[in-house]
Design a protein around this ligand. Structure first.
Ligand SMILES: [Zn+2]
Ligand SMILES: [Zn+2]
Length: 254
């Protein structure tokens, strides 16, 4: 039975739908367990630079949490987890750690959405790929993903090859980078998210890709599944395309 642990809500400013609509959509698709993991307030930026179209504000966070508790009480036939998707920003580990210690999240998804403060997965900044050597970009990205895993701040590494989102591919082989990153995940004790949002992106491929997934499986890493839904109808989307080498036995419940 599949579980969708990566749901956003209108609160982040770039998704649509109430939390209840997400719950109803999940129920309609036969999911018995879901988890909200909306974007963490932009803790690493001064208040005036926090973009309300990228993440909820600090003031909204208690409301987000209360709403999940209310939905749990209303839809008792479902398990509804309280998660958060937290950006990894190198050098800001202490701030994030303090933030996370203040709240009782069921799990924390760790995400790299920025390379040198460039939001590389944001369609608004896609032109900047042209300024990069793509091989170099991939190395920088995976280095950050590895640092994030080692930080100990996250339970799950979300969309672990997000850098491919717009289809920019390096010329060199990624075998070594995948193998090394999988080893780091294993030694850090993190889970890895199989995220189907890549199917909706220009790359048209699940995160992580097949080869990276194989390295993770080889190292005995376990997985969570997430649609990264930003609309209620995206809940559970693409789950039927999850490779068969991912079996019930290597999927975790958080
Ligand atoms: Zn988002
Ligand atoms: Zn993300």
């Amino acid at each position: 039975m599949l579980v969708d642990y990566h749901l956003h809500t209108a609160r982040c400013g770039h998704a649509r739908g109430t939390m209840e609509e997400f719950v109803l959509a999940a129920r309609g698709k036969g999911l018995k367990e879901i988890g909200f993991a909306d974007h963490i307030p932009m803790y690493w930026l001064p208040d005036e630079h926090r973009d309300p179209e990228l993440a909820m504000s600090y003031a909204e966070l208690p409301v987000y949490m209360e709403e999940i508790l209310a939905l749990r009480a209303k839809y008792t036939e479902m398990t509804i987890k309280l998660g958060i998707e937290a950006d990894y920003i190198p050098g800001r580990e202490e701030e994030l750690s303090q933030f996370l210690s203040c709240y009782d999240f069921d799990y924390v998804l760790g995400s790299v959405h920025y390379v040198e403060s460039w939001g590389f997965d944001n369609p608004a900044y896609i032109a900047r790929y042209k300024e990069w050597d793509i091989d170099e970009l991939y190395h920088r990205y995976f280095d950050l993903v590895q640092q994030a895993a080692r930080s100990g701040l996250f339970n799950v590494m979300a969309h672990p090859d997000l850098v491919k989102k717009f289809g920019y591919r390096p010329q060199g082989s990624l075998h070594d980078l995948y193998a090394e990153t999988a080893r780091v995940f294993k030694s850090a004790g993190v889970y890895v998210e199989i995220n189907t949002a890549g199917l909706r992106a220009p790359v048209g491929e699940i995160y992580p890709n097949h080869e990276f997934l194989q390295y993770c499986i080889k190292h005995g890493i376990r997985f969570t599944i997430g649609s990264d839904a930003h609309l209620p109808e995206q809940v559970g989307e693409g789950f039927e395309q999850i490779p068969l080498l991912v079996s019930e036995s290597n999927i975790v419940r958080l």
